[in-house]
Structures are given as C-alpha cells and as structure tokens.
Design a binder for this molecule. Sequence first.
Ligand SMILES: NC(=O)c1ccc[n+]([C@@H]2O[C@H](COP(=O)([O-])OP(=O)(O)OC[C@H]3O[C@@H](n4cnc5c(N)ncnc54)[C@H](O)[C@@H]3O)[C@@H](O)[C@H]2O)c1
Length: 339
Amino acid sequence: MRIGILGMGSAGSRHLRAFRRLSGVDLIAADVDAERRRHAEADGVSVVPSLNDLLAARPDAMVIAVPHVYLAEAGMRAIDAGCHVLMEKPMATGRDDAAALLERARRAGRFVMVSFVHRFRPEVAEARRVIARGHIGQPRLIVDIMASGASDMPSWVWSRRHAGGGMMFYNGIHQIDRARFLLGDDIATVRAEVRTLGYRSEVEDTVTALLGFRSGAVGTVVQHKAPAAALGSWDTQVFGSIGSLHITTGREMRWTAGGDVVKVAGMPEDRFLGAATEFVAALREGRPPEPNGEDGLAALEAVLRMYADGPSPTVSSPMGKDTPPVEEPLLDASSHPRR
Ligand SMILES: NC(=O)c1ccc[n+]([C@@H]2O[C@H](COP(=O)([O-])OP(=O)(O)OC[C@H]3O[C@@H](n4cnc5c(N)ncnc54)[C@H](O)[C@@H]3O)[C@@H](O)[C@H]2O)c1
C-alpha cells in the first residue's frame, strides 16, 4: 500500500515515523518548504515539493498534515484522485467544507479518518473500556482540563487567516473528541467563553466551555495556553452513577466504584503509531477507520459553536513578551515562535 504524507512539519513527521513501522507500506511525502524536504529526505524518505507531485505518485491513501486553512482543499483533492484520507484535525475550518469533504468521500467510496490520536493513548483507551463495561455506571459529568505552559508551536497557529481559530482548533478539539469517545455520547449543547489573554494574537488562547450531551450528561472543558512556564497536567475526570475515573494524560488512569481504587499506570504510548495501525488495518479490511469523518465533523461543530459565543475583545495585558507576530509567511518553516 502506498501512502503519501502532505506536510513534513511536527505532525507529518510523526505520522511518517509511525507509518514506517508498519510492514507492506510504501511511503512518499511532500512539503513546499525546501528545508523541511531536506530534513525528511535525510531520514530516508522521498519528498516532493507539492500536492500535485505527490498525487502523481498515485498513492492509495494520504495523510493531510498542513496548516488548518489548507486541510479541506488538500483532502478533497486527494479524494478526487482516488485516495482514502487520514485528515489532521480540525479537518476543515468551516462546517460546510468539512461536510463537503465527507460527501465527496462517500460518493467516491473512499474512507476518511480524523487524527484524534488521544484515543490511542493507552490510559484513554482503558478508560473507555471501563466506562463501556459499565464499571462506573451511567456517565453524568466529564471535566477535562488541558492547560499548558509556553512551548514551541508553529507561528501560523496564532493567525486567524492561517489557522481559522486558535487553541481550540490546535489542541482543544482533542478534548471534544475525547469527551464524545469516553462517554460514547453526542454533544447536544455548547456554551463558551473564548478569550485571548496571554498572546498577541487574533485567535484565542483560552476557552472555558460547558457541554450538554444527548444522554443528559454534562461536561466542562478548559483549554488554556499560558505564555509562561506552567505546572500542572492534562486531567480528565468522569463521574458516573456508581463510580468515577480520573485520567492524568500520559501518566495514569484510576477508577473506583466504591471498593478498591484500580490504577493503570506507566503504559508506554505511541499514539501516532496507534492511529497509523488503525488506518492501515481498516483499509486492508475494507472497513471505515475510527475515529471517522463524522467524529471529525461533530468535534468541529462543537468548536464552531464555542466560537459563535466569542471571541471576546482581546485584552491588552498581560501579553507574552516574545510571542510571534500575527502575520508570518505561512509556508516559512523557520517561522516557529522563538522564545
Ligand atoms: N494530531 C495531533 O496530535 C497533532 C499535533 C500537531 C499538529 N497537528 C495538526 O497537524 C497539522 C499541521 O500542524 P503542524 O504542527 O505539523 O504544523 P507545521 O507548521 O509544523 O507543519 C506544517 C507543514 O506543512 C507544510 N506546508 C504548508 N503548506 C503546504 C502545502 N500547501 N503543501 C505542502 N506542504 C505544505 C509546511 O511547510 C510545514 O512543513 C494541523 O492540522 C495541526 O492541527 C496535529
């Protein structure tokens, strides 16, 4: 099976390393940036300069890992060329583009997977199994906090023109998918406060949101990118009718139903490998991969509903001292924020 990877940035290179570990997969990549191409080629993969060149190599499937504004168009062109697609989140920056991509895939008989790799974290997968087996009863409340300190991120993430949205698109959409996945439920209502508190940016660095699920369960999501160093972790708690569980991302999952506390700790993880394995297995078995395009659309819609509640006016202080300029050349690989 030949797989093409569009974009050799932070996500694309992790996809490349993951797919490389699967047998029977022949890889080719593309990036518009010469330095990124050289870097990936030094790693032993053939890298062409454009999507057209990549499609000319006639891949069976494509991974689309470029800045948000390019995702939907690149995905549609790959589908039109007969490819199944593994779309990086948020799949599109608008609902209509995402829906059009799914419709095009359906008509063409191609599969769409969305790269919600947190599902492949062992502690999250184990938490889903605990909930699905009914160990904590009917889920009633999920609390998900993903607050991070300053880190190196591509500068386009801070530009509305390039990213379409801010930290909810780049990070928080994982929280939405994780909540739907863990509860096995659909989101019915969304309310949010959307703020730009710490970065000189036109998109948000902070969101607090309230979710209502079809089942009647409720949830709260906190997404925050601090411009300074931060302590803390990414925490997810689910409270059910007879028990509860607590995930500390990357570290452990604990659950109890009143008796002993069951602890699952220290699990090695490679979430990109988990996603690659699922994508290839599904294509070989001729079944839709999970998480699928509908999962992507549902999470995107929830984020867009948050954005409809904001953004609030940017506060002028405090600002991060060395935050990236709002407008950077999109395709300049050297344009990562410098701190
Ligand atoms: N699933 C995850 O956990 C995860 C993690 C990080 C990023 N992402 C997602 O991956 C996507 C890319 O983010 P990133 O952090 O890798 O960004 P990045 O800036 O590190 O990489 C993007 C790459 O795409 C290239 N590119 C831009 N336009 C192109 C075009 N038209 N044709 C070919 N190449 C092009 C750039 O030169 C760059 O090398 C985004 O959708 C982002 O949300 C997902």
